[in-house]
Unconditional design. Structure first.
Length: 185
């Protein structure tokens, strides 16, 4: 009798452990269970966040571009999309190493994989918005909601529409386009 109880409670405990795996369709659970992750990894690095996030754009997750792209961007910080974004040699190395080690090609995350696998072989995009996957996902959004929208201005402001972009969530339910609202396709 006693062993039946033990068996029963073991089944119960195992069942409870499975619940979040089955119901957890969000990126937080994905991150916890590695392979199931659907999004882009949220990895924090204080040096990167300090130097590359804030004034001009958010600190894009490294999993949004292939390693070759990050290397190319980091090789010319003097002319960084029209601004001088140079940093000292040590900081430069720390940031490059971080971006390359966590780039889209090194990631298991499903969306990251698409930011790299979608591109034509041989091309090295230097903007996230130049990647084939990005273009494919955003080609139905009219310009008046982006460049013609003073609360967005450019696709580089991911967090203007993806309200949890800084937490690495690009899920549809977190999208809200200023002046327009939710996106139903
Ligand atoms: C003007 C608002 C806007 C901006 C700015 C924007 N996006 Fe999006 N994004 C959208 C919309 C709307 C969709 C959903 C498109 C669809 O499903 O047809 C989307 C879809 C996506 C998807 C796919 C999500 C999914 O569930 O399949 C990813 C990933 C993404 N965006 C990343 C980014 C990144 C990274 C940036 C910044 C470099 C960015 N977006 C900038 C509006 C925006």
């Amino acid at each position: 009798m006693k062993s039946a109880y033990i068996l029963l409670s073991m089944i119960l405990v195992l069942g409870l452990m499975v619940v979040p795996i089955v119901w957890g369709d969000n990126d937080e659970y994905g991150a916890q269970y590695g392979r199931r992750s659907t999004g882009v990894a949220l990895i924090s690095n204080p040096v990167y966040e300090d130097e590359c996030g804030g004034d001009c754009h958010m600190a894009y997750q490294p999993g949004l571009l292939p390693d070759k792209s990050w290397e190319k961007i980091m090789s010319d910080l003097e002319d960084h999309f029209g601004d001088n974004a140079e940093v000292d040699t040590r900081t430069h190395k720390a940031i490059t190493d971080f971006l390359v080690a966590n780039s889209a090609d090194k990631s298991n995350y499903r969306r990251s994989r698409r930011f790299t696998s979608s591109n034509d072989p041989g091309t090295i995009p230097i903007r996230i918005s130049e990647t084939s996957y990005f273009k494919h996902e955003h080609d139905e959004i009219p310009a008046r909601m982006v460049t013609g929208n003073k609360d967005v201005n450019s696709f580089s402001n991911c967090n203007a529409c993806h309200r949890r972009a800084e937490q690495a969530s690009y899920r549809e339910r977190d999208i809200f386009i200023p002046g327009h609202g939710r996106w139903d396709d």
